[in-house]
Structure formats: structure tokens, C-alpha cells
Design a protein around this ligand. Structure first.
Ligand code: ZN
Length: 168
């Protein structure tokens, strides 16, 4: 096991990037045999692209959502955080920032407030908001309120709505 220097989660020794936050792991850093080198200094010296790998989300990057079934796509600017869901008439429930109704959200079981997408450092994290039909990241079900790192070319599924995510 190796410990992520960024979020302190345990990762298998063979992994290069942390499953939880996307940060590069000690195993991916050659030349750390010199015990006088401080790990923190090595990390600091890395370019952000190297530090975050395929999770690196540039300040100018946008998130492209490609909807598998309709073939349509949507480009999102992530300033801080966005809630994906469906516009609705429910009193007392806040509207989502992004309405997925045009992509068959209702038929595919997307909740009114389904998923939050947030920028964190040079990465993007997703968090299920307790949706009725769950969110899946590359086939794995997300626990409600558990943030997970997003990588370029990941597959997200909101209920039965399948979306390919790319950083553009
Ligand atoms: Zn981590």
C-alpha cells in the first residue's frame, strides 16, 4: 500500500495516480531512493499536468458531455460547481444549474438534483446528491455525497442516461 500525499487515502502499490483525488502517487516518481529528497519538494517541482495525469483539468478546460443514446453533446464551463438534473415545478426544491430534460432525463430516471460537478485544485470531482437511481462512474456506483475524481474520457451514468466525459 502507498499513501496518497494529497488526500491520505491508501492505494495499491502498482497505481500511479490516486483513485480518490487523482494526485500522482510515490510509485510513479522515479529517483525517490535518495532519502535526503523531501517528497513534498518533489511534488512541488512537478508540472500540474504531471501531478494530476489524466485528471488534470486546466483553468481554461471545459467539460464535454456526450450523450450516448442521442448522440448530442453539451459543453460546460466549471467555474466552481454545477448541479446536473431536471428542471421541475416542485415548490421548495432548488432548480439544478444544468437541465438534462432535452436529453431524455425524465425517461432515463435522472433526479431533479442528481449530480454535483465541482472544480477542485486542477481537477474536477463529481458527487451524487442522493439521486433516486444513482450515479455510476465507469460502471461503479457512487455512494451519495462521496466525491470522486473525474478523468478525461470517463463514462458517467445518471440513472440510465449514459454520458462520455472529455476535457476539452
Ligand atoms: Zn488522493
Amino acid at each position: 500500500m502507498q499513501i496518497c500525499p494529497h488526500c491520505s487515502k491508501e492505494n495499491p502499490d502498482t497505481e500511479a495516480y490516486c483513485y480518490a483525488c487523482g494526485h500522482i502517487l510515490p510509485a510513479a516518481l522515479p529517483g525517490l531512493t535518495d532519502s535526503t529528497t523531501k517528497l513534498a519538494d518533489v511534488y512541488e517541482s512537478l508540472e500540474p499536468q504531471r501531478r494530476w495525469g489524466t485528471a488534470y483539468f486546466d483553468r481554461k478546460s471545459r467539460l464535454q458531455l456526450a450523450f450516448r443514446d442521442s448522440g448530442e453533446s453539451l459543453n460546460l464551463e466549471i467555474a466552481q460547481s454545477l448541479v446536473l438534473g431536471r428542471f421541475h415545478r416542485e415548490p421548495g426544491v432548488e432548480q439544478p444549474d444544468v437541465d438534462l430534460t432535452p436529453y431524455d432525463a425524465l425517461e432515463k430516471g435522472v433526479s431533479r438534483r442528481h449530480l454535483m460537478v465541482s472544480r477542485e485544485h486542477d481537477t474536477v470531482v463529481v458527487m451524487d446528491l442522493g439521486s433516486a437511481n444513482s450515479t455510476y462512474l465507469n460502471g461503479q456506483r457512487l455512494l451519495p455525497s462521496e466525491p470522486r475524481i473525474l478523468r478525461d474520457n470517463d463514462e458517467l451514468r445518471l440513472g440510465r442516461l449514459v454520458v462520455r466525459v472529455t476535457f476539452v
